[in-house]
Design a protein around this ligand. Structure first.
Ligand SMILES: NC(=O)c1ccc[n+]([C@@H]2O[C@H](COP(=O)([O-])OP(=O)(O)OC[C@H]3O[C@@H](n4cnc5c(N)ncnc54)[C@H](OP(=O)(O)O)[C@@H]3O)[C@@H](O)[C@H]2O)c1
Length: 285
């Protein structure tokens, strides 16, 4: 089976390409095939005839999205629509990656795929628009919403925390936002399970198993990093409220996702987020 992975140089894209190479004929591209250029996308599909497109290209700077409205919408809404239209014309299936930020709910119930679309920041709004336009353009779609992603090939919370823990005497981390930390390699494996056995198109949620606040996530990072000798000593990690952390984009206080649908339909076992963090930190060594 032939896969075309877009955003191949991004945090998820790189891990996904490395994994996909083992079992699929792989076509990979990043900015050189602009997903917002219909002619380029259509030409690439005609030339390479992929069975599946997996779209990992996106605009992911959540705070900058508040002011870079045009770029955010172009990448996160128009690009998916173009990929949807072009893939539909050629009968190509498509997996698209989306985000928990299209939703916002109230604790303590993990959000299912049926939860109402309720983005509270510009990035979430554009991603929600992208989901809708892609779904309308190509019924043969699998939209995989994920959250709190970290991977070896990109800027992420784990790397930022490790840097701060090495250079600061104490840090403050938001303690009242809850979600699901997710390792790119776990997500990549789930995406490839869909590609291997494409059935039941629609929206799916995938994150690491278990819920944490950013503060709890940071505490676990420090604990594990000390155990693996990635840090020399512990520093105090203080929980603060979201209201004390000034950032341009609002984030939902509760965005834990329910993964029952993907687990049941694709026979996927999702590791506890702490176990995946441990595997990831072994790459940081
Ligand atoms: N990171 C998270 O915490 C998180 C959470 C939930 C959902 N997601 C979703 O997961 C997916 C992957 O995220 P990620 O963190 O791996 O993203 P990423 O690291 O930002 O990767 C996106 C890639 O797309 C490239 N790109 C930018 N403009 C493009 C264009 N016009 N055409 C083709 N490629 C282009 C980017 O290049 P440049 O870097 O040079 O711009 C980058 O290599 C995205 O859909 C994102 O919305 C991420």
């Amino acid at each position: 089976m032939k896969l075309w992975i877009t955003g191949s140089k991004g945090m998820l894209g790189k891990d996904l390409c490395a994994m996909a190479k083992k079992n699929f004929e792989l076509f990979e591209s990043d900015k050189e095939v602009d997903i917002t250029d219909e002619t380029a996308v259509s030409g690439y599909i005609s030339e390479n005839k992929p069975d599946f497109i997996i779209n990992c290209a996106a605009y992911t700077a959540v705070d900058n999205a508040e002011t870079e409205a045009e770029l955010n919408r172009k990448l996160n809404a128009v690009g998916p629509e173009i990929l949807g239209k072009c893939s539909a014309k050629k009968g190509t299936r498509i997996i698209h990656i989306s985000t928990d930020y299209v939703l916002s709910g109230a604790a303590p119930k993990p959000l299912t795929e049926a939860a109402p679309i309720k983005p509270i920041n510009a990035y979430g709004k554009a991603k929600a628009e992208g989901e809708a336009m892609l779904a309308k353009a190509n019924p043969n779609h699998w939209i995989v919403r994920t959250a709190w992603l970290y991977g070896i090939n990109g800027k992420n919370f784990v790397k930022s925390m490790l840097n701060l823990m090495r250079t600061k005497e104490q840090i403050s981390v938001v303690g009242d936002q809850l979600g699901n930390p997710t390792w790119t390699c776990d997500l990549a494996a789930a995406i490839l399970k869909i590609a291997e056995n494409p059935k039941l198109p629609g929206i799916y949620h995938f994150t690491g198993e278990g819920i944490a606040s950013w503060h709890e996530f940071a505490v676990e990072i420090q604990k594990q990093a000390l155990g693996k000798n990635l840090l020399e000593h512990a520093i105090p990690i203080l929980p603060i409220a979201s209201s004390e952390w000034k950032s341009p984009a609002k984030r939902p206080l509760w965005s834990a996702l329910d993964k029952t649908k993907i687990k049941e339909n694709f026979d996927i076992h999702i590791p506890a987020w702490q176990d995946s963090l441990s595997k990831y930190l072994d790459f940081e060594k």
